[in-house]
Design a protein around this ligand. Structure first.
Ligand code: ADE
Length: 255
């Protein structure tokens, strides 16, 4: 996969792309990331990349010419999907990551200031994407989020390909809580059942907690689940255990 990133701040990409799993994916040639400075494509003598909005208002708008010149300069081969990062875009999620991970090349345009001239979005871009309902100072971090989420789905990037593959089949539900050694940390114990060696009981505990968490934290996802009788039983057990944990953690004499 080739990522071409158009940005006014190419320096922001250096560390995220050289460390950890992304760094290894680059080193091993599984992805190639080319960051292009939009300012180098500004033709006027001040190399202006932004200007005041027509119609008035606060802030500055990114001019179309430098962006479109950059697109022309980096060329149409291999055929790219051109994406503009902005808070006005469609929400990025795991499905979008999977869809895009199958393509040979993505061009990610990072907006700054109050936005990008609308003619870029309308006539030179295939889709506009937002990574969440909050406003960042620019599209750079959003582009990095996308590169990360997409790259880990490319075969060979994760040590164990099955883990990424399995994700595409699992239902949309939060993960169960995980614990590792020590068994007791500052007085807090690992749930006993996880130490029991009872595989079936552990599975039920995990299922129950995954459902409970999803209900508590993501009611939107929970509402779409179709629970089986066993699911309800597991959820009930997790609820009981949590109620007990809350009672135990209350100070003496309180309620
Ligand atoms: N630029 C500013 N905020 C953004 C967001 N939430 N997603 C994508 N690009 C952005």
């Amino acid at each position: 996969m080739i990522f071409d990133i158009l940005s006014l701040f190419p320096g922001m990409f250096v560390s995220p792309l050289s460390d950890s799993i992304l760094g290894k994916a680059v080193e091993r040639g599984l992805i190639s990331v080319r960051v292009h400075n939009i300012r180098s494509y500004a033709r006027d003598k001040h190399q202006m990349t932004d200007d005041r909005p027509f119609g008035g208002g606060e802030g500055m708008v990114m001019k179309p010419e430098p962006i479109v010149s950059a697109l022309r300069a980096i060329g149409p081969e291999p055929r790219p999907r051109i994406i503009l990062l902005s808070p006005q875009g469609k929400l990025f999620d795991q499905r979008a990551a999977r869809r895009l991970s199958g393509l040979p090349r993505l061009i990610l345009i990072c907006g700054r200031y109050e936005g990008v001239d609308e003619r870029v979005a309308r006539h030179f871009v295939d889709e506009e994407i937002s990574i969440g309902d909050y406003v960042l100072t620019g599209g750079e971090l959003a582009a990095m989020v996308m590169v990360d989420a997409i790259t880990r789905l490319i075969p060979g990037v994760l040590g164990n390909d099955l883990s990424a593959e399995a994700e595409s089949f699992v239902e949309p539900i939060l993960e169960y809580p995980q614990y590792t050694r020590p068994q007791e940390f500052q007085g807090y114990k690992v749930p006993e059942i996880l130490l029991s060696g009872h595989h079936a009981a552990i599975q039920k505990w995990r299922r129950g907690y995954a459902l409970l968490r999803t209900r508590q934290r993501r009611p939107d996802l929970f509402a779409r689940l179709e629970l089986t009788a066993v699911d309800r039983e597991c959820l009930g057990l997790a609820e009981e255990e949590e109620a007990g944990a809350v009672r135990r953690s209350k100070p003496e004499g309180a309620g």
